[in-house]
Design a binder for this molecule. Structure first.
Ligand code: ATP
Ligand code: MG
Length: 641
């Protein structure tokens, strides 16, 4: 574990909120819920019938009302979204314009027969019409299910069919890395024929020529006739706001179902605590809305707070690796939230790129998605944040709805430790247990578990209560099992060590993937790494390491091997020395940017690679496919011992 401590004292050292929340989490969340606008108060704050939690029972609320209507007096002219297209085009949308478009589009959906409780699949690129569609669904009580626009025809069809969507909202095409993805054509391939689908709405993003079929309607035509008068439905707190499929890093994606009142309460409070959001902030989260981070902290979080944000359409490294720095400079971004994967990619290109932009407006930096290696954390802190921005490392999942472990500059100031996500949010109890579900001692590895229900908690898996119980609640009785491996240090800080399924078991020792990978990445010539175990008759498992070097490394492979083995021996121990190192140029990742160690393991052990539906999809996934091929090729070429 990394020993350095960074204490950026932000002044707020009162920890009483946390103490009070921990002593009575139900009253605590009750107070947080009151920060939102409700049509009707709830009778019961929590109805806990494990593993199902009902929050704010009897309360009536609407997500779109809380994101839009509540700001119309004070913030109607304020910019909600600065949109930056990949092709250099841009749009600026105020809170009142967003409000009008959402009401109009809600009427469009109604006119097509969409009713409360119906599902609507949204398959759009990162354009303002994506949040507009989501908010319009929420306004009338339809459940949105956003499918990432990089997914293939078959993945889209599976999700449309599984959710039994009545309408698909898509675009003629979307821009990605300078190319156009033919979204409408992909819809036509399979999803359009799903029985439940009655209408397909097509946004004209590229204005390319497309063939229209019977179910198809153009967005602009529908909007031109629509009225902008549409009251928000008064919905039960438990009303299903959305279904979202997980990234699929460990296997087949799961259809996670989220409600309204509890979810909004969780997002509203965590957004404020984590980002300490102020009226004049310019917030920029790089996540695609197709993932949960985009739902919670691009759409709902910022809008609930009437914040101004930058939304970017394309790839973070298009046309080059300084695109993000250019955007931060252009819009005077104050808060930047991205992934460790993206940071490792930026880091690979050296400091000159970010140093040639004015990034001084930044005051807070965040990460999500994977453990952040201490070396990368420090680079983010020094080079991007110029040593003045706290870094929030936020641990959470699609299933948790919102952040669960993170430092919270908007609530209290605590010292930061690079590589640790710090502590659970108030009102949430998270700890580390052994195989029998007993708490482990400090500094001992084990499974991360959550003890009590929390408001953003999933309602369940769509149409599959049995799987919901099996996956999350059956490993340890009465505890939620996220599937992550962790350690709690003597200050109560949590360190995420990777996924439980990926834990390496060598000669009776258990080693988290993040421990080894962070150690390898700490070497100055290494940009990225992934480790996995393959069966070994004597040791049980032996370790394989895949290493991506930074640009222009001149050190020889032999020298590198000596250094890397030495680093592992010193940091983790001789037992953890990988048996083989593979130098590659890319690692296979999901489109949400997570390394798929499961795939590496299958390749290295010569097994069937299993379900790769979140990888091998359409054009977006062809990138990963070529990485995969390259990987296989370089295993042949560069196999070294
Ligand atoms: P699937 O469940 O289908 O395998 P997934 O777990 O990748 O997909 P997400 O819900 O997008 O889908 O990701 C949540 C997971 O990401 C967490 O369980 C954890 O493994 C990892 N993660 C997220 N944030 C962090 C973080 N700050 N530190 C460490 N790991 C993180
Ligand atoms: Mg998961």
């Amino acid at each position: 574990m990394h020993k350095e401590i960074y204490d950026i004292n932000l002044g707020n050292t009162d920890h009483s909120i946390r103490r009070n929340a921990d002593s009575d989490f139900i009253s605590f969340w009750d107070k947080q819920a009151k920060l939102l606008s409700w049509f009707k108060n709830w009778e019961n704050t929590l109805d806990w019938n494990p593993p199902f939690a009902k929050w704010f029972v009897g309360g009536k609320i609407n997500a779109s009302f809380n994101a839009l209507d509540v700001h119309q007096n004070s913030k109607s002219r304020k910019t909600a979204i600065f949109w930056e297209g990949e092709d250099g085009s841009s749009r600026e949308i105020s809170y009142s314009e967003l409000f009008t478009d959402v009401k109009k589009f809600a009427n469009v959906l109604k006119s097509l027969g969409v009713k409360k409780g119906d599902r609507v699949t949204i398959y759009l690129p990162m354009v303002p019409e994506l949040p507009i569609s989501m908010l319009a669904c929420a306004r009338i009580g339809a459940t949105h299910t956003v499918v990432f626009s990089g997914f293939s025809a078959i993945s889209l069809k599976d999700r449309v069919e599984d959710s039994q969507s009545k309408v698909i909202i898509t675009a003629d095409g979307g821009y990605r890395k300078g190319k156009i993805i033919n979204l409408k054509e992909i819809v036509d391939e399979k999803a359009a024929a799903v029985n439940s689908v009655e209408h397909i709405i097509i946004l004209e993003r590229t204005k390319m020529k497309i063939t229209l079929n019977q179910k198809d309607k153009f967005w602009s035509n529908l909007m031109s006739d629509a009225s902008d008068d549409c009251d928000a439905e008064e919905l039960d707190s438990m009303h299903p706001l959305y279904i979202l499929y997980t990234s699929g890093t460990t296997g087949k994606p799961k259809g996670v179902l989220h409600g309204t009142g509890g979810y909004l309460t969780h997002i509203n409070s965590t957004y404020k605590w984590a980002f300490d959001i102020k009226d004049n902030d310019i917030y920029f989260c790089t996540a695609d809305i197709g993932w949960v981070t985009g739902h919670s902290y691009v759409v709902y979080g910022p809008l609930l707070h009437g914040a101004t944000q930058v939304m970017y359409e394309g790839a973070p490294d298009y046309p080059n690796a300084s695109r993000m720095w250019e955007i931060i400079q252009k819009y005077n971004v104050t808060i930047f939230y991205t992934t460790p994967t993206a940071l490792r990619m930026f880091m690979k290109f050296g400091d000159d790129l970010p140093n040639s932009f004015n990034l001084t407006t930044l005051r807070l930096l965040g990460t999500v998605g994977e453990p952040i290696n201490p070396e990368v954390w420090k680079w983010y802190f020094n080079t991007i944040g110029k040593k003045k921005c706290p870094i929030i490392d936020t641990w959470w999942q699609t299933e948790t709805g919102g952040m669960m472990i993170s430092s919270l500059p908007g609530l209290e100031s605590i010292p930061l430790k690079p590589g640790s996500a710090t502590k659970p949010i108030p009102g949430v109890e998270i700890t580390v247990v052994d195989e029998n579900g007993n708490d482990v001692d400090e500094n001992t590895k084990g499974s991360l578990i959550i003890r009590k229900p929390w408001p953003g908690m999933l309602l369940g898996l769509w149409n599959d209560n049995e799987k919901y119980n099996d996956v999350y609640w059956s490993k340890f009785s009465g505890m939620y099992y996220p599937g992550d491996y962790a350690i709690k240090d003597s200050d109560g800080y949590l360190w995420l060590l990777g996924r439980s399924d990926d834990v390496l078991k060598v000669a009776g020792h258990r080693i988290g993937t993040a421990e080894l990978e962070s150690s390898l990445v700490s070497y100055h010539n290494v940009a990225e790494s992934a480790v996995c175990g393959i069966p070994d008759e004597i040791k049980g498992e032996s370790i394989i390491a895949f290493v991506v070097l930074k640009e222009n490394v001149t050190e020889s492979r032999d020298e590198l091997l000596i250094k890397l083995k030495e680093i592992i021996r010193n940091d983790v121990g001789a037992i953890a020395t990988p048996q083989q190192f593979y130098f590659v140029t890319k690692l296979p990742k999901t489109r949400s940017g997570k390394i798929m160690r499961r795939l590496l393991k299958s390749i290295a052990s010569g097994e069937n690679i299993g379900d790769v539906s979140t990888l091998e999809d359409g054009t977006a996934v062809s990138e990963v496919q070529s990485a995969f091929e390259e990987l296989k090729k370089s295993i042949g070429e560069n196999k070294s011992n």
